[in-house]
Design a binder for this molecule. Structure first.
Ligand SMILES: CCCCC/C=C\C/C=C\C/C=C\C/C=C\CCCC(=O)SCCNC(=O)CCNC(=O)[C@H](O)C(C)(C)COP(=O)(O)OP(=O)(O)OC[C@H]1O[C@@H](n2cnc3c(N)ncnc32)[C@H](O)[C@@H]1OP(=O)(O)O
Ligand SMILES: Cc1cc2nc3c(=O)[nH]c(=O)nc-3n(C[C@H](O)[C@H](O)[C@H](O)COP(=O)(O)OP(=O)(O)OC[C@H]3O[C@@H](n4cnc5c(N)ncnc54)[C@H](O)[C@@H]3O)c2cc1C
Length: 660
């Protein structure tokens, strides 16, 4: 063990195991998590050359082979349910989400479970759950991802044959991006515009076979392939798909909520948005993806910052650990705090999701708008912060952060699209804003608000200037976030009205106000995260040493948000210049307080080396010797003299020397 890291661990104020238990739901679950992770990490079948040294085709093949073994081994070991899979599959076997069966498990199966009738489930779900068929979720097209009502692929009902005719009328209507589509899937859930008797009924889900179950060739009328290399996701065959009048039976439309009768009568769903249910589910889960990937990057950068020594802080003294530079702490600790904040927010989001789904399944769809607004806001906020945080961690590792040996580029490339997929972040924040505007106007009209927007009823845009307050007090901070969110919602609503009063129609007024609207929705989501973090600490079951250190983290998270958005808190005089100055002081003091616990706090995320896949973030801190070993394994080092020397460099050098 690197002596610096050992010293860090010996000096911590709490036992990291206690936080591990808190994060993962108690000792039994932690035991299960570790068992599953080590089962996957130590399985010789899952060992292979570093993916960074492979071509894209090799990566796809390796991940496909592993996906198949994962399925077989999951069955053998009785690994079931999303929590088990997160440990065994995503973290253990893949160290990533982008395997070639990723969309089968994350969207195809959930869509069948959520949108198919019982008879349809009997027909397809068992086959899909047993991997007799592999599917994906094909919605996005080359021309439209965000605007679902603009999708061009059509499903036209023919009552004579009781079939749908699937067709891609234009190049831009080509399905583009669906994961696992290019080479792997033989089925998909297709989102297409439903037409009956020439009338459009909007996007609906259809179960479609796209490849032969005999030889995997595309079925007649189907054009399908891989979209080519991307920023990351090399092991995934994101694909394209076109239909030339392909016919499918009537009961291939997933009809749990809306139906087409044999004669072409359309039976409306209780809400047209129920067809978007899988997206809401995945958005709710992405908060956890964002928290975890940020936590991984912060673990790597924090450990490395204790191993890395650089410069002279005091003349003649040994070089300090770079984490002793307060500027380095300022880069990392706010993201450490954010990772914790989002881990707790993710748990809250998932339980809101399951509670809401219970009610929706019983037929109560009134909870849908709030679920949509909350999941859209938290998905966007968490993935934005994750993106910024991973990049900050990379830079905090200096030059070595840029190397794949750090593990950070892969984490970034793998997770940065979370800001885009499952709904582009700005677009989703505007959805949250839409709900906030609606709720706000209901409250102005005297209606009682409930749930996550109840606080909007108490909008008090009255400045409380000059008041002195303890900005370290979590209750004070929660109230400040609440006030800021309520005020920004209130002001965005006023601005929207002003734009309309000035003659703009509603869409133009909305567009003109949209920067304010995104700001209000972001503030609303941040308020939820801060309030939820503090509520988690109030749980009497939390150990006192753990409560102490997590309280510092929660304070840091909230204060950092205040300082970073100080204009919002100052603008109406709710906070004063003195408050902000104090907040800055407190941040410095909190960082000094957290410094001795930094390594223990990242250890408590409990990512073993096999999962981090990082030389810089190694638990034992033996970075330098392993860096060299890793580089030696690079394919370019297989021989001392590369063959291209003989082909190009040698004649070039010889010719130049001959000229002299
Ligand atoms: C290593 C760690 C591992 C950890 C693992 C953990 C987790 C991992 C989990 C998952 C990750 C797995 C795999 C991920 C990999 C890749 C997957 C990517 C897959 C995809 O990438 S798959 C495509 C996704 N593609 C989109 O995401 C399109 C976004 N675009 C839309 O979603 C809509 O197009 C929208 C909303 C922009 C407009 O839609 P629109 O035009 O139809 O509606 P409109 O604007 O007219 O609104 C009418 C009324 O409906 C309301 N409304 C709208 N949507 C609603 C909903 N869903 N629920 C309830 N209400 C809704 C409105 O709020 C309004 O309400 P009101 O009228 O009351 O104001
Ligand atoms: C890695 C990856 C995996 C994916 N997997 C799948 C999959 O499995 N299945 C699938 O169907 N799709 C998948 N997608 C597609 C993904 O869901 C879409 O890319 C996403 O929904 C965004 O849509 P878009 O690409 O059309 O972006 P656009 O909507 O074209 O966004 C471009 C810009 O326009 C802005 N914009 C657009 N509309 C508005 C608006 N109304 N108001 C303000 N600004 C706006 C956006 O904010 C953004 O800045 C995947 C994408 C990626 C990157």
């Amino acid at each position: 063990m690197n002596p610096d890291l050992k010293k860090e661990r010996d000096g911590a104020s709490f036992d990291p195991e206690k936080i591990v238990n808190l994060l993962y739901g108690g000792p039994d679950r932690v035991k299960r998590k570790r068992k599953l992770e080590s089962l996957a990490l130590n399985d010789p079948d899952f060992q292979h050359e570093d993916l960074n040294f492979m071509s894209r085709e090799q990566q796809y093949e390796t991940q496909l082979k592993k996906s198949i073994m994962v399925v077989q081994k999951q069955e053998k070991h009785g690994i079931m349910g999303p929590e088990d899979s997160a440990h065994y599959v995503y973290n253990g076997a893949f160290k990533a989400m982008a395997g070639p069966f990723g969309l089968h498990t994350s969207m195809f199966l959930p869509t069948l479970r959520g949108q198919a009738t019982d008879e349809q489930k009997d027909k397809w779900l068992k086959m899909a759950e047993n991997y007799a068929i592999i599917g994906t979720y094909a919605q996005t097209e080359m021309g439209h991802g965000t605007f679902l009502r603009g999708l061009e692929t059509t499903a036209t009902y023919d009552p004579h044959t009781q079939e749908f005719d699937l067709h891609t009328p234009t190049p831009t209507g080509t399905k583009w991006w669906p994961g696992c589509l290019g080479k792997t899937s033989n089925y998909c859930v297709l989102m297409a515009q439903l037409y009956i008797h020439g009338k459009s009924y909007g996007p609906h889900p259809f179960m479609v076979q796209i490849r032969s179950l005999e030889d995997h060739k595309p079925l007649p009328g189907v054009t399908v392939g891989d979209i080519g290399p991307k920023f990351g996701y090399a092991g995934n065959d994101n694909g394209f798909l076109r239909f030339d009048h392909v016919r499918i039976p009537r009961d291939n439309m997933l009809m749990k909520y809306s139906r087409v009768e044999p004669d072409g009568t359309y039976v409306k769903p209780p809400s047209s948005k129920l067809a978007y249910g899988t997206m809401v589910q995945v958005r709710s889960f992405i908060v956890s993806e964002a928290a975890e990937s940020l936590a991984k990057a912060v673990t790597i950068a924090t450990r490395y910052s204790c191993v890395r020594r650089q410069s002279e802080m005091k003349p003649g003294h040994p070089e300090p650990q770079v984490l002793d530079y307060v500027t380095q702490q300022y880069k990392l600790f706010p993201y450490l705090a954010a990772a914790y904040a989002f881990m707790f927010a993710a748990r809250a989001m998932v339980s809101v999701y399951f509670r809401s789904m219970e009610r929706i399944t019983r037929g109560d769809i009134t909870v849908l708008p709030e679920l949509h607004a909350l999941s859209s806001g938290l998905k966007s906020l968490s993935s934005w912060v994750m993106n910024a945080g991973i990049e900050e961690c990379r830079m905090a590792c200096g030059g070595h952060g840029y190397s794949h040996a750090s593990g950070i580029p892969s984490i970034y490339a793998e997770h940065t699209p979370a800001a885009t997929y499952e709904g582009e972040n700005t677009v989703l924040m505007l959805q949250t804003a839409r709900y906030l505007m609606k709720s706000y106007s209901q409250s102005v009209q005297g209606e009682k608000l409930a749930g996550s927007v109840a606080y909007l009823a108490g909008v008090q845009p009255v400045p409380v200037a000059g008041r002195t307050r303890d900005v370290l007090d979590l209750q004070v901070l929660i109230e400040a976030y609440q006030h800021r969110a309520a005020r920004l919602v209130h002001e965005a609503a006023l601005q929207l009205r002003k734009e309309q009063q000035a003659g703009k129609d509603q869409p133009d007024a909305w567009n003109a106000t949209s920067v304010d609207l995104v700001k209000a929705a972001t503030a609303h989501s941040q308020y939820f995260v801060v309030k939820n973090f503090a509520a988690r600490l109030a749980d009497p079951a939390v150990d006192s040493s753990v409560r102490a250190v997590l309280t510092s983290l929660c304070q840091l998270h909230a204060l950092h948000g205040v300082v970073n958005n100080s204009g919002d808190f100052l603008e109406d005089g709710y906070m004063t210049g003195t408050d902000i100055r104090q907040a800055r002081r407190h941040i410095n003091a909190l960082m000094a307080k957290l410094r001795p616990d930094a390594v223990a706090l990242v250890d408590a995320f409990d990512y073993p080396d096999g999962i981090l896949n990082s030389i810089l973030g190694r638990y034992d801190g033996n970075v330098y010797e392993h860096l060299l070993e890793w580089a030696k394994a690079s394919p370019l080092n297989k021989t001392d003299v590369h063959q291209s020397y003989h082909k190009y460099l040698k004649p070039f050098l010889q010719a130049n020397r001959a000229k002299l």
